[in-house]
Design a protein around this ligand. Structure first.
Ligand SMILES: Cc1cc2nc3c(=O)[nH]c(=O)nc-3n(C[C@H](O)[C@H](O)[C@H](O)COP(=O)(O)O)c2cc1C
Length: 263
């Protein structure tokens, strides 16, 4: 439920105009809430008087906007987008818990459809070897049960497993990354957007990421793994490897011209 402190409310109507649910009205020059809503928090964020609160959230978590301190110039933003690279080789260096917390905050503050806030983040670092065993055992079992008629979509995993067995360092799925992150969500895009923000944060921390579609797919089929991760019944929509890159890219990677229509 949204609460308006009538003492603090200055009757400016900002929350009324910003409310997507048309859920706030002005009465006697004070904002009043009509119904329950999906608690997007815009009314809290826009109120110049700090009169609105949503007790279902931890209101101590809400921060005041600091005008100049964090402005990013457009060139800086485009620069960081252009120089972000998929990282497929990682230093054997542990990621600090405080940095993992920042990655989590980047995911947590991401937009979600209908303000669902439906993402679940499973970070694995301390138990990454156990994670790998669960995944590779699953692939081995699948290979055995499929016998000679291995389904086409499973063939890459069989190949990855053979490579790893002949050289444990040649690990296509995990790339020796110190951290593996699984994101579940009800809507595909929610997890995707969170993953992108997490990668942006990772880069700012000197780390890099790889969106790992192969691992996401096989992990989602593995009920034992999902139970181990505490995400039974949920669908893994994104999987990322995270850690410190072993090399740096000295120029941008080329891209096709954009497919675009201007009207
Ligand atoms: C949804 C998604 C899944 C991906 N899955 C894999 C993967 O399983 N293995 C891999 O090596 N790269 C994977 N990639 C990375 C792409 O190959 C990479 O983004 C692309 O080649 C462009 O390179 P860049 O990210 O360095 O710009 C994936 C990327 C996305 C967006």
């Amino acid at each position: 439920m949204v609460i308006v402190d009538k003492e603090k409310c200055i009757g400016c109507g900002m929350c009324v105009r910003d409310c997507i649910a048309l859920n706030i009205k002005l009465e006697d020059k004070k904002a009043g809430i009509k119904n329950e809503c999906f608690q997007c928090g815009h009314c809290v964020a826009v109120c110049p008087a700090g009169a609105v609160s949503i007790p279902d959230y931890d209101m101590k978590d809400v921060e005041e906007y600091q005008a100049e301190s964090f402005h990013l110039a457009p060139e800086q933003v485009l620069h960081s987008i252009k120089f972000r690279r998929s990282i497929r080789d990682y230093k054997q260096e542990k990621v600090k818990q405080s940095d993992l917390e920042l990655l989590l905050q980047a995911g947590r503050y991401t937009a979600t459809a209908k303000n669902n806030q439906d993402c679940y983040f499973a970070f694995v670092q301390d138990e990454v070897e156990q994670l790998k065993s669960i995944v590779w055992d699953f692939i081995e079992d699948m290979e055995k049960s499929e016998g000679r008629k291995i389904a086409k979509e499973l063939l890459p995993y069989v190949a990855f497993n053979r490579r790893r067995k002949s050289d444990p360092k040649d690990d296509y799925l995990f790339r020796n990354a110190p951290v593996v992150l699984f994101i579940t969500s009800d809507w595909q895009l929610d997890a995707g957007l969170a993953a992108q923000n997490i990668e942006t944060m990772a880069v700012s921390l000197g780390m890099g990421a790889l969106y790992n579609g192969f691992l996401a797919r096989i992990a989602d089929e593995n009920e034992k793994l999902k139970k181990w991760l505490g995400i039974e019944g949920k669908t893994i929509k994104a999987c990322m490897l995270l850690g410190y890159p072993t090399r740096h890219y000295v120029r941008t990677a080329p891209r096709q011209e954009a497919n675009v229509i201007w009207k």
